[in-house]
Design a protein around this ligand. Structure first.
Ligand SMILES: [Zn+2]
Length: 365
């Protein structure tokens, strides 16, 4: 999760028009998120879908190419449904897991790569010297979209917490019914990786909304992101590295790192994201961590987040590919320099070293 409120690039209905060949009337009802809307969780698929349907000059990324493929494989009927119900399809699986998921509930049980994910989580808990015993590890699955009651409960909570625009109970019920009915008729469309193309860390600490503040700490792995890494041949490395990145956000929550950064939201996000990359790389390449090859680790980190590069003014901006590469290299170099090789830095010390290195990571000097 990104602590400072992130404005997600709005999926404007018009951007779909050239691709879908629609009349404007057909999409007039598509909501455009307000700029003031709050976002508890960043949903990269939203920006990736926008880029897929209205390509800009941004360089394509592996994640972007993957989203293009997913969209290209849809029937026209499915694509039109996505356009009409994009907020529900792209947000509900994430917020369902955030609001209602618990470790141990079969609805959120890890399936793909389950053993690897569980083991890596344990490795991470051992590696970093923070109290991580209260973090719940879980999956998110697209099958929530088959269940009108679960969709309605999630939309209701999204409205109540201000992460989506106001909807009446009747509107919520109608939307939930329509989506569940469609998904039940469309084979495995409910399981499309696009709906769960995300992994996130969440902590409710410091949130003013009592409902959000009461939620347990979580690390949520979407089926879609796991499938993405499998599809690009980075399954083993990618899944573990993205977990390490998300776990790094928990280290940051625990140490209060989000409270001490620059006041400019874009700079603040860049700092915590580059730090999370460096921490992920440090863990993933360290002898006491995963002892993975540093180039594959950097590839895994870069394949996912470079989608942010299109939006330099976005408060959720994650840093340029070069900055992310340098952050990953910095973390790997630090791991390689450990003396003895099995020595792991205290998290607090790591953060201090990173802060000192950050200007160089940003500028390249
Ligand atoms: Zn992150």
């Amino acid at each position: 999760m990104i602590k400072p409120t992130r404005v997600i690039v709005a999926l404007v209905a018009a951007t779909f028009l050239p691709l879908a060949g629609l009349s404007t009337a057909a999409t007039a009802a598509t909501p455009t998120p307000a700029a003031t809307q709050r976002h508890l969780v960043e949903i990269p698929a939203q920006a990736a879908v926008a880029q897929a349907v209205a390509p800009s000059e941004c360089a394509t990324t592996l994640l972007g190419d993957y989203v293009d493929q997913l969209i290209g494989a849809m029937t026209l009927e499915q694509l039109l449904f996505l356009i009409e119900h994009q907020n529900t399809l792209l947000s509900v699986p994430t917020y369902d897991a955030l609001f209602f998921g618990t470790q141990g509930d079969p609805d959120y049980a890890l399936e793909s790569h389950a053993r690897q994910i569980t083991n890596t989580f344990r490795d991470l808990q051992r590696f970093w010297d923070i109290d991580s015993s209260d973090i719940q590890l879980m999956a998110m699955h697209g099958d929530v979209l088959l269940d009108a009651d679960r969709i309605a409960a999630t939309l209701t909570a999204m409205v109540a917490t201000g992460v989506t625009e106001p909807m009446t109970p009747a509107e919520i019920e109608a939307e939930a019914e329509e989506v569940a009915t469609f998904m039940q008729e469309q084979g495995d469309f409910y399981d499309n990786p696009l709906w769960t193309l995300n992994a996130f860390a969440f902590s409710g600490e410091g949130e003013s909304d009592p409902f959000i503040a009461a939620l347990p700490d979580k690390l949520v792995m979407g089926d879609g992101i796991i499938e993405f890494y499998d599809a690009i041949g980075l399954g083993d490395v990618g899944v573990r590295v993205i977990m390490a990145h998300e776990f790094a956000h928990h280290v940051q929550f625990e140490l209060g790192v989000f409270d001490t950064g620059p006041t400019d939201p874009a700079e603040a996000t860049r700092r915590t994201e580059l730090m999370a990359d460096a921490m992920a790389s440090y863990f993933a390449t360290h002898k006491k961590g995963l002892a993975l090859n540093s180039k594959r680790v950097a590839d895994a980190l870069l394949s996912f987040y470079t989608v942010g590069d299109c939006y330099f003014d976005d408060p959720g901006h994650h840093g340029t590919p070069l900055q992310r590469q340098r952050a990953a290299d910095w973390g790997a170099d630090l791991a390689a320099a450990a003396k003895p090789r099995s020595y792991v830095l205290p998290a607090e010390t790591f953060v201090g070293l990173f802060e000192a290195a950050l200007p160089g990571i940003i500028s390249g000097n």
